[in-house]
Design a protein around this ligand. Sequence first.
Ligand code: SF4
Ligand code: SF4
Length: 76
Amino acid sequence: MKIGINNSLCSGCRVCQLICALTCEKVNNPKKGRLEIVGHFPVPGGYEIKMTDECNQCGQCVRFCPMGALYREDEE
Ligand code: SF4
Ligand code: SF4
């Protein structure tokens, strides 16, 4: 799977980080997720999604992102 990113849709909720940490690292700690959500302050609601090198493109974060900011590029 190749994961696509649409930063303009990201709300900064960090659900993706929590889901990744729970499923990939087996810990309840969003900071352990294999992606980063970087706030672009003081721009209101501006976020940048960054996959880390540890991301294995499993797609769990795509399934649970409530905003559609993450998507499968092969399903466009
Ligand atoms: S990518 Fe989706 S789940 Fe992750 S912080 Fe942005 S809106 Fe939330
Ligand atoms: S694709 Fe999988 S490993 Fe990569 S950030 Fe999403 S949940 Fe984590």
